[in-house]
Design a protein around this ligand. Structure first.
Ligand SMILES: [Zn+2]
Length: 223
């Protein structure tokens, strides 16, 4: 059924995705329901005119609820901004990536984005069930709790996931700090003025990136 929506689906990736992480069975169940419930209506034809719980306007199909709805789009936009601010990696969240699976040349980016989307879809599912709307701040707390939980577990898969997450987030800080040291090592490298200009420009960008990270940490503490 999804073959008419997306090209070149690698179904083995769809099947195996929930087993790449230690996640609750309920979350696995939600992922499979999203993929295998008919595309027509979430409420499985009991009430074919059911409106979306979020916008109360459009028909509540899987693709609408988990991707197209305005409230869902805002939720994923915030997820993307959060990820782009706190790491060096720019991620894209299109329909195939969200509904089925995520592909990235960098293994750790693929893993982190896949995990965030899985947890994000679970958040959307819970919001729909509770007849509320998705919200990114509670999701951040859920994500943080999940991270703390897998860190405490004595399990190899949990430890691997926790390490990938730590590695993903710390990348920005490393790069920013390296550029901030520029005034010190530029003296020894005897760089040309043009190169100095480029490095100083990058230095300014790093300053704003660090400022954004700092602000996001402050807002997290304020939660
Ligand atoms: Zn909607």
């Amino acid at each position: 059924m999804w073959n008419s929506h997306f090209i070149s689906i690698r179904w083995e990736k769809v099947w195996l995705l929930p087993y790449k992480f230690v996640i609750p069975n309920k979350l696995k169940e939600v992922q499979y329901k999203i993929i295998f419930i008919p595309l027509t209506n979430v409420s499985k034809c009991v009430d074919i005119d059911k409106k979306c719980e979020f916008c109360k306007d459009k028909e509540e199909t899987i693709i609408h609820l988990f991707f197209e709805c305005h409230y869902t789009a805002v939720f994923y936009k915030k997820m993307k901004d959060f990820s782009n601010t706190q790491s060096n990696y720019k991620i894209k969240l299109d329909a195939k990536t969200i509904i089925l699976y995520n592909v990235n040349k960098i293994q750790k980016v693929q893993q982190v984005v896949s995990l965030m989307i899985l947890l994000g879809k679970f958040h959307l599912h819970k919001a729909e069930f509770l007849r509320s709307q998705p919200s990114f701040q509670p999701f951040r707390l859920e994500f943080k709790n999940y991270f703390e939980c897998i860190q405490r577990k004595n399990d190899k898969k949990c430890a691997d996931t926790a390490n990938v997450l730590k590695d993903f987030w710390k990348g920005t800080l490393t790069v920013c700090c390296l550029f901030w040291l520029f005034p010190f090592y530029s003296i020894y490298l005897n760089l040309t003025s043009e190169l100095c200009l480029v490095f100083n420009f990058l230095n300014c960008i790093c300053f704003f990136m660090l400022l954004r990270i700092l602000l996001s940490y402050i807002s997290e503490i304020a939660l």
